[in-house]
Design a protein around this ligand. Structure first.
Ligand SMILES: Cc1cc2nc3c(=O)[nH]c(=O)nc-3n(C[C@H](O)[C@H](O)[C@H](O)COP(=O)(O)OP(=O)(O)OC[C@H]3O[C@@H](n4cnc5c(N)ncnc54)[C@H](O)[C@@H]3O)c2cc1C
Length: 464
């Protein structure tokens, strides 16, 4: 189908105003928060499941790629139209459809922003737990696509643990429901399969999520260290003691300095590392847990533990953590986040190796990450315009992911594979594992139009 014909057909489905095809629009939708670039043939803004279904039906008949897009904040190239096609921007589908308090579920359209839902629920004393640091702008559809994590996922689990069901548009435009309000479901766990599939198997048009009561009490501490190793050892010691805080987030000196210079969160500029440790739950017994944590920190040579004394102080500590990527972005024109995960006892060893990789490739690397989950985020700083530097960045990132894989970890904790980590898939999967994924993708997407070029490496690229 010619591009002009495609655009005319899309306008018939969606109306003139909901189809974008100018040079500027196509350029703007050609990238996301990763380093990857592409160019769609058209961008559409559907307002209903029916419209999504008609767009997908057309794409299926004409064999045109379809790429679901929330806010485009993913860090792995997940929304980049690498083979052109139709970008389906779901921002107009942004209604909260039902809050069912007795069954503790909420049903939303995919374009609802994560924090908007959380703020709405909080007013009713309820909580949707997964809290990616991008929650102010990320959508629940994007969280579904990436199986996003966040600081609170240490205690509460990642997105997949909170998705109960979804309405999904599948390969030819058919609309199906998977999962639902019952705690268990007969048949295949298709919900589990779709969450984290990065828009390669279908597009969620309604998502049913688990909600829980908001915690009665919260205690937030900042533990300050002169050695990154001591901070790392504290993390596994806290968990080994049988305490599961709501969050255990770590930042190293490079990130602390960047945050202080932009967000002014009150972190000490000379610290080697800080941990944000937050407890939540029943007020009863929380003081005892906090004391235990103080003791563990002391055993690991903490310099100081500061307790947030008010909501304002707590917000300040979190503003630093949640603004960390943005703060680091001021240091150099570009950054690449490596999203490797390791068993948490390996954190000190792996952090040491990450520092060595930075030295080897002469690249500044900052660390800000979900330490409790062993989910590292080494941020490699560079200038994308310098091709030689960019090539060192890619080598360093691959080496860091290999280090993670070699200690029994994995290549993505939450940011997905997208296009960025295709060749690193061989670090954790055998060729037959990957072949099985290809077969699976083929069953869901027989004409290869669903976000092609993502997650599953093409046969020749499967070995790094
Ligand atoms: C500063 C910053 C901080 C971040 N912090 C975190 C963090 O703490 N934890 C974390 O996990 N991530 C984090 N991220 C990454 C990113 O924000 C998350 O992956 C987020 O879930 C993406 O949401 P989005 O709406 O931007 O999705 P998009 O980037 O638009 O899409 C993400 C993927 O989901 C697919 N998708 C979108 N909508 C649907 C749908 N309806 N059905 C099926 N597939 C769909 C897309 O095709 C794509 O593959 C961060 C990013 C930035 C820039």
């Amino acid at each position: 189908m010619e591009r002009t014909e495609l655009i005319a057909s899309l306008k018939e489905i969606l109306g003139e105003e909901n189809v974008l095809a100018s040079e500027m629009d196509l350029t703007l939708y050609g990238y996301d928060a990763s380093l990857e670039k592409g160019r769609p043939d058209a961008v559409v803004l559907p307002g209903s499941t029916e419209e999504v279904s008609r767009i997908v039906g057309l794409a299926y008949r004409e064999k045109i790629p379809v790429i679901a897009r929330g806010s485009g904040t993913n860090l792995s190239g997940g929304t980049v139209p690498v083979r052109g096609g139709i970008v389906v921007h779901l921002s107009r589908m942004n209604r909260v459809l039902e809050i069912d308090i007795p069954n503790r579920t909420v049903t939303v359209e995919p374009g609802v922003l994560t924090l908007d839902l959380q703020n709405l629920l909080l007013k009713k004393g309820l909580q949707y737990a997964p809290d990616p640091a991008s929650q102010k702008v990320s959508t629940l559809g994007g969280n579904f696509g990436e199986n996003s994590g966040g600081p609170h996922c240490l205690k509460y689990g990642v997105t997949t643990n909170h998705v109960l069901g979804a309405e999904v548009v599948i390969y030819d435009g058919t609309v199906v429901w998977i999962g639902g309000k019952c705690p268990d479901h007969a048949g295949y766990d298709i919900t589990g399969l779709l969450v984290g599939s990065e828009g390669t198997l279908g597009m969620a048009t309604k998502i049913m999520l688990r909600i829980i009561p908001a915690p009665e009490a919260v205690k937030t501490m900042l533990a300050i260290y002169d050695s990154i190793e001591d901070a790392g050892n504290t993390v596994s010691a806290i968990i080994a003691e049988g305490i599961v805080p709501a969050t255990l987030e770590m930042m190293d000196n490079l990130v602390i300095k960047a945050v202080e210079e932009s967000v002014h969160a009150g972190y000490p500029m000379d610290a080697a590392a800080v941990l944000i440790i937050e407890l939540d739950g029943m007020a009863d017994g929380m003081e005892r847990q906090a004391e235990k944590i103080f003791d563990i920190c002391k055993r690991h040579r903490v310099r100081e533990v500061r307790l947030a004394k008010s909501d304002a102080e707590r917000a300040e500590l979190w503003a630093g953590r949640k603004g960390a990527f943005g703060a680091v972005a001021r240091l150099r024109p570009s950054y690449l986040v490596c999203d490797g995960t390791v068993p948490r006892t390996k954190l000190p060893e792996v952090l040491g190796k990450v520092i060595q990789v930075g030295k080897k490739y002469e690249l500044p690397i900052g660390n800000v990450f979900h330490a409790g989950d062993g989910n590292l985020h080494p941020l490699i700083l560079f200038d994308e315009r310098n091709r030689e530097e960019l090539s060192r960045v890619h080598k360093a990132a691959t080496e860091i992911l290999k280090i993670c894989a070699d200690v029994g970890g994995t290549i993505s904790g939450e940011h997905g594979i997208g296009t960025e980590k295709l060749k690193e898939m061989s670090f954790i999967f055998s060729e037959s594992d990957i072949d099985f994924m290809r077969d699976l993708k083929n069953a869901f997407d027989p004409v290869d139009i669903w976000n092609p070029g993502k997650v599953v490496p093409a046969r020749q690229a499967a070995t790094a």
